[in-house]
Design a protein around this ligand. Structure first.
Ligand code: AGP
Length: 608
């Protein structure tokens, strides 16, 4: 999704801007641009495609300056062309924007009537013209920006420079992420602190409604009420956040392989003597978990799938009713929350617009809100009553992998804590499941050792157009996650079904050209699942089954079986996710797609 970098200093800041954009590439984008102030004028470079194209053009043209803004654009309004790339300009004003201006059409008509000429199809271009229009009415630069912002509807973050005022860079946070980076004699803004790690490890996390003025040696912030406010700065241990592919070909593969260590980090300090440390969810967690009569989970994409697995766990292990819904649906329908509902949001980034909006919409009606998130400094963490940080480490690949399995571990801890506080879980069962969680890193290593076998069969998917993923019970969301992984990085259409639903429609699709992938650990439903697999085989469907020895699924022509380690039923969804990640990865590599930055997708979906 769109990324913003801005800098003001004494040196030429174009390299800072471009390196910042490179570090935002993982978020997904399709064009890039920058604008600097030089000699009393705005100098701009914009290119469709990769940041490298922008870097080449910038170095060729020699654009340089001590203050500037830069942007990676993920197209929403208008195709990814040079004209639509940010920054957008109106006279001496240049603007970069993340988010959506919902009332841009009305503003565009109004500004056109005032004589402003538009050169792009974007919603963003109204912003510099509006600021210009307000400047003509009088007052200073910041006053004009304030009046302009007051007319904008939607969620956004803005970075703004003015050619005639090269001593200050203005910014606004109103619904989209933005942080300030503090340097020595230079200061920065970005939509993600990762972009600024080469230049600083000191950050100020902004609040919604903040206006910011950045000078070389001074940062001033006004809150939503217009009062100057001192927001605390936070010093990060930069080494913790550093991320490189190391010897791996892709971030996604690296992140798949990091899962044993990531799961260990999620558990570290959160369990002891066979019990979950309830305080790990926050000081009021014990009280909240005792009072909760219902759990409502809200999330998007992969995080939604994690929530879907947890729904099975909450009801089976903690004895508490649980609903799970995609945040983009929940936020816009009329909802009735049962009394004493604990709201649980799940998000890798903590910046997903729909999840945040759903939280804000429903929070006041819930008993309390708890988020499970990988980014401790994110908006979701700050706006939730309680937060549990997964400690998965930075996830760069757009396709979520270690974030998912660590979310599942976190959710199981929450389920155990809830079960205990509700009096529905014996100490023995809790101890047993805690031991299963502790054993997961070793089992994950065993599954990772299946990598080559999975790579070998991936070729059989390369020329297929459709795939079906099957699972039952808590393995159904695992199948959903497997299907999502395959479609997002290999562009092969994939659908997941609870295997019992096959005969109610999807069986009509099955033939020798439609591979069917099944997750089949030994559990109470294995015999039912095996009957469903026979239904597929009887229609010449080719099966790829991940099963443990006890499940006793026999390999035969048309049925390939991958032998999974034995694992307790409760934590099996965590383990069975990994071979499906590897399968998608290898199919994508065979198809030659951009594994880490698949087309049309963004890592952090900060617009709805
Ligand atoms: C997963 O592979 C996706 N890229 C996507 O579905 C993602 O999980 C979703 O956008 C939610 O993101 P979040 O966890 O950061 O909220």
């Amino acid at each position: 999704m769109c990324g913003i970098v801005g800098a003001i200093g004494e040196r030429n800041i174009t390299d800072v801007l471009i390196e910042g954009l490179r570090r935002l590439e993982y978020r997904g984008y399709d064009s890039a641009g920058l604008a600097v102030v030089h000699g009393g004028a705005i100098e701009r470079e914009r290119q469709p495609g990769k940041v490298q194209a922008l870097a080449d053009a910038t170095h060729a043209s020699g654009v340089s300056g001590q203050i500037g803004i830069a942007h990676t654009r993920w197209a929403t309004h208008g195709a990814p062309t040079q004209d639509n790339a940010h920054p957008h300009q109106s006279g001496d004003i240049a603007v970069v924007h993340n988010g959506i201006i919902e009332n841009y059409e009305a503003l565009r008509e109004q500004l056109q009537a005032e004589g402003y000429v538009f050169t792009s199809q974007t919603d963003t271009e109204v912003v510099p013209h509006l600021i210009q229009s307000e400047l003509k009415k009088g007052g200073d630069f910041m006053a004009a920006v304030r009046r302009a912002v007051a007319q904008l509807h939607g969620a956004f973050a803005l970075g703004i420079v003015r050619a005639t005022e090269p001593q200050r860079l203005l910014a606004v946070r109103q619904g989209s992420p933005l942080v300030v980076g503090l340097g020595i004699g230079e200061n920065f803004i970005s939509s993600d602190q990762l972009a600024l790690l080469p230049v600083t490890n000191r950050f100020i996390y902004l609040e919604e409604g903040d206006f910011i003025e950045l000078k070389r040696d001074q940062v001033t912030i006004w809150d939503a009420s217009g009062a100057v406010i001192a927001r605390p700065s936070v010093e990060l241990d930069a080494t913790v956040h550093a991320s490189s592919k190391g010897t791996y070909k892709h971030y996604m593969l690296k992140e798949i392989y990091e899962q044993p260590a990531a799961i260990q980090r999620t558990l570290a300090g959160r369990v002891s003597n066979g019990q979950v440390a309830i305080d790990a969810f926050g000081p009021q967690a014990a009280e909240l978990l005792s009072k909760a009569k219902h759990v409502q989970i809200l999330a998007c994409g992969t995080s939604y799938h994690a929530g879907y697995v947890a729904k099975y766990w909450f009801e089976a292990i903690a004895g508490v009713s649980c609903h799970v819904e995609v945040a983009s649906e929940f936020r816009y329908r009329t909802t009735v929350l049962p009394a004493d509902t604990l709201l649980v949001t799940i998000s890798q980034s903590g910046e997903t617009a729909d999840t945040l909006a759903a939280l804000r919409e429903v929070k006041s009606r819930a008993l309390g809100s708890l988020c499970i998130c990988n980014v401790p400094t994110s908006t979701l963490v700050r706006e939730s009553d309680l937060a549990f940080i997964t400690h998965a480490g930075p996830e760069i690949g757009v396709a979520s992998t270690k974030a998912f399995t660590t979310q599942l571990v976190a959710l199981m801890l929450l389920v155990l804590a809830t079960g205990r506080r509700q009096g529905n879980l014996t100490a023995e069962r809790e101890r047993d499941i805690v031991a299963q969680l502790a054993g997961l890193p070793t089992l994950c290593d065993e599954v990772l050792a299946m990598d080559q076998a999975i790579e070998r069969i991936a070729a059989e998917f390369g020329d297929k157009h459709h795939t079906l993923f099957l699972g039952r019970g808590a393995q159904y969301p695992v199948a959903m996650e497997g299907a999502l992984k395959l479609k997002e990085i290999s562009y092969i259409h994939a659908e997941a079904y609870p295997a019992g639903e096959l005969k109610h429609g999807p069986l009509a699709l099955v033939d020798q050209d439609m591979p069917v992938v099944a997750v089949a650990p030994k559990n109470d439903l294995i015999d039912k699942l095996k009957s469903n697999l026979q239904e597929v085989r009887a229609r010449a469907g080719v099966l790829y089954v991940f099963a443990d020895h006890a499940a006793d699924v026999r390999a035969e022509p048309g049925i390939k079986v991958f032998s999974m380690p034995s694992v307790a039923d409760e934590v099996a969804p965590i383990l069975y996710t990994i071979p499906l990640q590897l399968l998608s990865y290898h199919v994508a590599v065979i198809k030659g797609t951009d594994v880490d930055q698949p087309r049309n997708l963004a890592k952090s979906v900060t617009v709805e």
